[in-house]
Design a binder for this molecule. Structure first.
Ligand code: ADP
Ligand code: TRP
Length: 320
C-alpha cells in the first residue's frame, strides 16, 4: 500500500496538526510505503515572505524526523522538488468543473478572511489532487478539514479516467475519528488562522501559559463541571491513558476542583508526552547538513516515481 500526505510549511506544528496528521502519518510507516512532503507551492498562496518560507520548510522536515519519520524507509521531500506536479495539475484542470472548486469550504473561508480571490487559491485543490495522483497513493492521512479536498481529488481522478481511460488510482482519505478535529484554546477547531493553537515544541513557559489559557466556563470550584465538549478532556484523551482521563472526568462530574488544577495536570501530561520528541528535535537540529541530505535523498526517490506517472498521464492525453 502506498501512503501519501503533505503539510504546508505555513506555521509551527501545533497539537491539531500533530494528532490530526503527523502522528497517524508516522504510525502508518508500519503499514506501507510512505511518501510525505512539505507543500511549499501550496504555502505560497498565503505566505508572501520568501526567507521565512525557506526556514519553515526546514522546520517541518525537522518536525517530521523528531516525531518519528524514518528517512531510510519513508520518502520525505519538498513538493517543489518535483515540478512535474504542475504539469499534472494542468492535465487535471481540464476535467475539473469550476463549480466543484467554487464549492470548496477552504476557498470560501479564505475569501471570507479577506484573501483576494486569485487563481492560486481557487485552483489549490487541483494542485492537491496532482500531489496525490502523481504518486499513485492508496491512502492519504489527513485531518477532517481536508475531507472535502480529498473528495475533490477522487472526483477529478474519476473524471480523468472516464475521459482518457484508466490512468489513476482512486485514493482513500485516512481520517482518524478520535482526533478528527482537535479543539483549540477557545474550543473552536485548533488552527493557526484562529490564533488558538498550542505549539508542540514551544518553550516550557509559553507552553504552560497556553494550556493555562484554555477557555472554560464560570462553573464555581465546588460545583460539578460539564464534561461534554470539554477542551481539557479532549486534549487529555490524546496524551494520557484511559484510566487517568477517566479519573479526571470523574472528578469533574463530582465537583470540588477548579479548572486551574485540571489545566496544571493537563500541562504536565502534554509536556511529558512530547519530551522525547523535543529532545530528538534538539539533537537533529545540531547535526549540520542532515536536513539537506534527507531532503535531497527524498527528492531523488520521489522524482523517480513521479516521472513514471507523468509519462503515463502524458500518453493518456496525447502529449509526447
Ligand atoms: P491550520 O488549520 O493550523 O492552518 P493546516 O491546514 O496547515 O493547519 O493543517 C495541516 C494538517 O493538520 C492537515 O492534515 C489538517 O487536516 C491537520 N489539522 C489541522 N488542524 C487540525 C485540528 N484542529 N484537528 C485535527 N487535524 C488538524
Ligand atoms: N491541503 C493540505 C493542508 O492544508 C496540504 C496538502 C497539500 C496535502 N497537498 C496535499 C495533504 C496532498 C495531503 C495530500 O493541510
Amino acid at each position: 500500500m502506498r501512503i501519501l500526505s503533505g503539510i504546508q510549511p505555513s506555521g509551527t506544528l501545533h497539537l491539531g496538526n500533530y494528532f490530526g496528521m503527523m502522528q497517524p502519518a508516522v504510525e502508518l510507516q508500519q503499514r506501507g510505503e510512505c511518501y510525505y512532503f512539505i507543500a511549499d507551492y501550496h504555502a505560497l498562496t498565503t505566505s508572501g515572505d520568501p526567507l521565512l518560507l525557506k526556514e519553515r520548510v526546514r522546520g517541518v522536515a525537522l518536525d517530521f524526523l523528531a516525531c518519528g519519520l524514518d528517512p531510510a524507509r519513508t520518502v520525505l521531500f519538498r513538493q517543489s522538488a518535483v515540478p512535474e506536479v504542475h504539469e499534472l495539475a494542468w492535465y487535471l484542470s481540464i476535467v475539473t468543473p469550476v463549480g466543484l472548486l467554487e464549492r470548496c469550504h477552504s476557498y470560501k473561508d479564505k475569501l471570507a478572511r479577506g484573501f483576494s480571490p486569485n487563481n492560486g487559491l481557487f485552483s489549490y485543490p487541483v494542485l492537491m489532487a496532482a500531489d496525490i495522483l502523481l504518486y499513485d497513493a492508496d491512502l492519504v492521512p489527513v485531518g477532517k478539514d481536508q475531507k472535502q479536498h480529498m473528495e475533490v481529488t477522487r472526483d477529478i481522478a474519476a473524471k480523468f479516467n472516464e475521459a482518457f481511460g484508466a490512468t489513476f488510482k482512486i485514493p482513500e482519505a485516512g481520517i482518524r475519528e478520535e482526533t478528527a478535529t482537535m479543539p483549540g484554546l477557545d474550543g473552536l477547531k485548533m488552527s493557526k488562522s484562529y490564533h488558538n493553537t498550542i505549539e508542540i515544541f514551544a518553550p516550557e513557559q509559553e507552553f504552560r501559559k497556553k494550556v493555562m489559557s484554555i477557555k472554560t466556563d464560570s462553573t464555581p470550584v465546588a460545583a460539578p463541571k460539564p464534561v461534554e465538549g470539554s477542551t481539557i478532556l479532549a486534549m487529555a484523551r490524546c496524551v494520557a491513558d484511559a484510566a487517568t482521563v477517566g479519573g479526571m472526568e470523574e472528578s469533574m462530574r463530582r465537583g470540588g476542583t477548579g479548572y486551574g488544577e485540571y489545566k496544571k495536570q493537563l500541562f504536565g501530561w502534554l509536556w511529558d508526552y512530547f519530551a522525547p520528541m523535543r529532545a530528538r528535535r534538539a539533537e537533529l537540529e545540531a547535526e549540520p547538513g542532515l536536513i539537506d541530505q534527507v531532503l535531497a535523498d527524498g527528492e531523488k526517490r520521489a522524482r523517480e516515481y513521479a516521472l513514471t506517472v507523468i509519462a503515463r498521464a502524458r500518453r493518456a492525453v496525447g502529449i509526447k
